[in-house]
Design a protein around this ligand. Structure first.
Ligand code: 5GP
Ligand code: MN
Length: 335
């Protein structure tokens, strides 16, 4: 067993009150890793709660235990109490305290609990007592699985926790297609299926629950709001808050849309701008020799992975798009 795995196990065994946290705007990997760890720690008889900055989108509501997550936005007092009482805090799928958002960050930072980071983003900040940070891992769920394996407790993974791990790996790898997927990833999946995970039900639950409004919003964005800069192999779409309202926007409705744009023949960078609550949330995806994290970091207060990043802008939607078009050329590899 490696030393870090051992140290984390000791933290777990000594803790009276464990809290699992993850980043803002939950996705399959943050929900999957939080709940997988939650189910395992419960099985071990530990006192554990999950505190997330904000609620999960509806396409993740089916996950067993999802209703147990205390979110800082709608259950503020309960969330604060849990963090203040915790003597061990897991920080899953994020590399910096700012990723939990302005509201929750001070409570996380001020907590004197032992903190454990398990994450696969680049450049982990130094705020945890034990760190598993592997940017080559396809997902945080893969790292959770590896830790459970390392502490010799694989047999504790059952259909419920296994489904959570499968969910995070599936969603963070675009259904097992990104370069981050390794032979080991497939070995993990095989093991999960042997442990009872119904992979087809997870695909259905995540991908086949579109509302008509969601399908129409996506259709509208692709047919009316898509711009292709073919000379530099970049495509982007932008959606205003008014347009979201027209299609009765629900959290998660634009999830994955940026990947469809990246699917356009010849395109190597795709960007989606979504205006929400007076800000613009930006999703970047790329492939080949185009890397988006530097662009997100340099101009849009964000970052992430080389091929999948995010950022934010407080300027208007039009200004943000204009700025992007001006700056993107500097981030295209020179021929
Ligand atoms: P998405 O486009 O799915 O919101 O985000 C893609 C990836 O970019 C996430 O997995 C996360 O790693 C990163 N990311 C998204 N938003 C932000 C942000 O505001 N700051 C940073 N540093 N990374 C982000
Ligand atoms: Mn992840």
């Amino acid at each position: 067993m490696n030393q870090t795995s051992q140290k984390i196990l000791e933290f777990v065994n000594q803790a009276q009150s464990i809290v699992i946290t993850s980043h803002k705007s939950p996705d399959g990997d943050s929900i999957g890793s939080s709940l997988a760890l939650y189910h395992i720690l419960k099985k071990w008889g530990r006192n554990v709660q999950i505190v997330h900055p904000d609620p999960a989108p509806s396409f993740l509501h089916w996950v067993v235990g999802q209703e147990q997550i205390i979110d800082f936005e709608t259950k503020h007092e309960q969330a604060v109490a849990a963090i203040q009482k915790a003597d061990l805090i897991f920080c899953l799928d994020y590399n910096h305290p700012s990723r939990v958002g302005d509201q929750m960050q001070p409570f996380l930072v001020e907590s004197t609990a032992n903190k454990v980071m398990i994450d696969h983003h680049l450049h982990p900040a130094d705020f945890c007592q034990a760190v598993i940070s592997e940017s080559t891992a396809c997902s945080t769920c893969e790292l959770i699985y590896n830790w459970i394996k390392d502490v010799n407790r694989l047999d504790d993974i059952d259909e419920t926790s296994g489904a959570c791990i499968y969910l995070g790996i599936m969603t963070d790898t675009g259904s097992f297609r990104f370069p981050s997927v390794s032979a080991t990833t497939h070995e993990i999946i095989a093991d999960l299926i042997r442990r009872g995970v119904k992979h087809y039900l997870i695909h259905e639950a995540v991908y086949d629950t579109n509302t008509v409004d969601r399908i129409k919003l996506r259709g509208f964005a692709l047919s009316e709001k898509l711009v292709c800069l073919n000379d530099i192999q970049v495509a982007y779409a932008f959606i205003s808050e008014k347009e979201l309202e027209k299609y009765n926007y629900q959290k998660g409705d634009t999830e994955g849309l940026v990947n469809q744009i990246l699917g356009i023949q010849g395109i190597k960078m795709a960007v989606l701008f979504v205006e929400k609550d007076g800000k613009v949330k930006i999703s970047f995806r790329s492939k080949g020799d185009y890397f988006v994290n530097e662009l997100a970091n340099a101009h849009f207060e964000g970052g992430g992975h080389a091929y999948a990043s995010g950022g934010i802008s407080t300027e208007s939607l039009e200004k943000t798009v204009e700025k992007f078009v001006t700056f993107v050329k500097d981030f295209i590899p020179k021929a």
